[in-house]
Ligand binder design. Sequence first.
Ligand SMILES: [Fe+2]
Ligand SMILES: [Fe+2]
Length: 185
Amino acid sequence: MGDVLTMLETDHRVVERLLEELSASEPGPEREQLVAKLESSLELHMQFEERELYPLLQRLDAEAEEEAENEHTLARDGLTKLRELLTEPGFAAAVDMLKGGISHHVSDEEEEAFPKLRANVSSDRLGELSTRLLTAKRDANVLDDELAQLTKEQLLEVARQANVEGRSSMSSDELRQAVATTAAT
Ligand SMILES: [Fe+2]
Ligand SMILES: [Fe+2]
């Protein structure tokens, strides 16, 4: 059975990589594309957590849940700033601010909230949510883009979470295809 929390942790790694690429970017179409990718991946991730996961967290730790919601608001503000400063000299500082906020939030989730959820939510429920997350990504057209950014090792892990049979002998392309098909069924 897959575990949505592991998938969300992979999302965190993808977002961190996009932020690194943005730090090194120059103004232009490539930067614009990176920001668009970051916006869609992060927005889908946050909405999924807010709809499907934070209600479960709220019952376990109401304060942690409130903190997480506030941190999402800060991340959205940070994304807005990135957009505003896309071609401006302050862009790198805006990326650093967003990085700082996101890294704080990701630590809170991975070190506190997710372990609490893992210990208290049934593996059936977490497995069901992992399928739902893949479907939401496919419906929002971010799945293919995100899968393209994963290392082979990360692809194998996502395939494991999605219960893809025969994954250990698959190539990266085959893994992407199989995960995308899981989301479609
Ligand atoms: Fe998250
Ligand atoms: Fe979050």
